[in-house]
Design a protein around this ligand. Structure first.
Ligand SMILES: C[S@@+](CC[C@H](N)C(=O)[O-])C[C@H]1O[C@@H](n2cnc3c(N)ncnc32)[C@H](O)[C@@H]1O
Length: 308
């Protein structure tokens, strides 16, 4: 997990100076990146969002019956909070806390959510979920539900995912639960199209990370010199996104620089795809002994309800 005492500037520079340069996917999400992600969710090729929402529409009442009203919901990586709105309308929680790193976008989303959910105490918490963030003091400890949709867990390798799931276990008591959306293994062509759409929105999203990095570390990435590239790595069961240099170039920032050969890549995202049984095992290892799962007709995506 990218849990480190490093500042964002130190973390980014360290990543750029690795033999294979890398930028953590959390840096996709400035306000422009969050808006681009919303565009991605509406693309014909991007099945995860609509499939997860279909599962919720078909089985939400079932899930709500198991949880009961009056819980405290903590959503990690809440983004637009659209899935939260649907979930909260079903389970009628007392409190809802939206945690996201993209502060400006989060505050706008939460303002809209407050209007849609007048009976719920709604809070925004701008924080990096891979660090020890502090939940509001008055959030009840009893009957907490951690909600982590969108298969964002796939951005972490299995060891990091296990650490993160254990951290989620630590946010709840024995009467709490985790509701988590996970993308499943499927035909490679379907996976690759979802991360390299015909309209180029995912490419714009990937390239936008360089604009964000330029602001954060005062670097001089020229976006026109880079191209989006995404493919399935079958050995590790993950989609990889990279930015590839179209020309030989040097990127400079105060106190440092990195040369890139033509064709060299910066690794910007992994998105692991799981088999259901493997994810259940990961949940068990993280301290969630009881799991229930709902999926769609094609078994493309799964929603797990896990309890200690
Ligand atoms: C793939 S989007 C999912 C958004 C929404 N939950 C959904 O399911 O459509 C990932 C979200 O997690 C947030 N995010 C990414 N890395 C994060 C981190 N380290 N800490 C907190 N939020 C993060 C992003 O800002 C973005 O809103």
């Amino acid at each position: 997990m990218t849990e480190s005492p490093l500042s964002p500037v130190q973390e980014i520079v360290q990543g750029l100076l690795q033999a294979t340069a890398r930028i953590a996917p959390k840096y996709f999400y400035d306000a422009a990146g969050s808006a681009l992600f919303e565009d991605i969710t509406r693309l014909p090729e991007y099945y995860p969002t609509r499939t997860e929402r279909q599962i919720m529409a078909a089985h939400g009442a079932d899930i709500a019956r198991r949880l009961g009203p009056g819980a405290s919901v903590i959503e990690l990586g809440a983004g637009s909070c659209e899935k939260a709105r649907e979930l909260c309308q079903l389970i009628a929680p007392s409190h809802f806390v939206a945690v996201d790193i993209s502060s400006e976008f989060l505050h706008d989303a939460v303002a809209q959510l407050r209007v849609a959910l007048p009976g719920v105490e709604v809070r925004a918490l701008a924080a990096d979920l891979t660090t020890d963030f502090t939940l509001p003091q008055d959030l009840p400890r009893q009957r907490r539900l951690v909600f982590y949709p969108g298969s964002s867990i796939g951005n972490f390798d299995p060891a990091q995912a296990l650490q993160l799931l254990a951290r989620m276990r630590g946010l709840i008591e024995d009467d709490g639960a985790l509701l988590i959306g996970v993308d499943l293994t499927k035909e490679v062509a379907v996976l690759e199209a979802a991360y390299d759409d015909a309209a180029g929105v995912t490419a714009a999203f990937n390239l936008n990370v360089l604009r964000h990095i330029n602001r954060l570390i005062d670097s001089d990435f020229d976006l026109s010199q880079w191209r989006h590239c995404a493919f399935f790595n079958a050995t590790d069961s993950r989609i990889e996104m990279h930015l590839q240099a179209c020309v030989e170039t040097v990127v400079r920032w105060p106190g440092g620089e990195r040369g890139f050969a033509k064709g060299e890549r910066i690794h910007t995202e992994n998105s692991y795809k799981y088999r259901m049984e493997d994810f259940v095992q990961l949940l068990n290892q993280a301290g969630f002994a009881q799991t229930e799962v709902w999926s769609d007709d094609r078994s493309w995506f799964a929603l797990f309800l896990a309890r200690p």
